[in-house]
Design a protein around this ligand. Sequence first.
Ligand code: VGL
Ligand code: ZN
Length: 206
Amino acid sequence: MEITTHDVFLVIDVQRDFCPGGALPVPSGDEVVPIINQIAQRFEHVVLTQDWHPKHHLSFASSHPGKASLHVVEASYGEQTLWPDHCVQGSAGAEFHPSLDIPHAELILRKGFRREIDSYSAFQENDRRTKTGLAGYLRERGITRVFLAGLAYDYCVRFSAMDTKAAGFEAVVIENACRAIALGNSIEETMNDFRRSGVQQIYFKL
Ligand code: VGL
Ligand code: ZN
């Protein structure tokens, strides 16, 4: 696969809290770090996202007395899954994995910073209305194709890939550089979404 100056590598939420030992660990989440480091070297343009919640964020089960993690509540914008407190702004858990090594990354996009709205996608928040500005940034920079990898495959990678396509860019998910939370049928549903909407799925040979 030929990578050009019109491609960007969008690295989703490779943070301590999503790795083993963190607050919301994705099984084997840390395995993506060396793979992503290598892939990033092949790209001129790299953007990192960072889940970045205020204390008492609406997506935290602790903000809903009597409700446990993984329960679904009705937010103003519809269903919202509850999670353990994670990626709190300025906390150690919100830091990138210490072995993530992509010094040439051009932008760190923080998301989920509004207390009342969660944001799985790097492009728009879970209300499906509030934009992050990423589509405009990429378009102004002449980007036409977005390669995605990171954590978690079935949440933030999934929503970011779907919105990449919806925003008019080509979307390519690097399957071997993602790990999933795997709740119910979430992995199968993710793959079905990708197939239906023309999100490409590849294995990146290192
Ligand atoms: C994520 C759940 C809550 C993710 C972020 O990065 O996939 N999942 N916040
Ligand atoms: Zn989050």
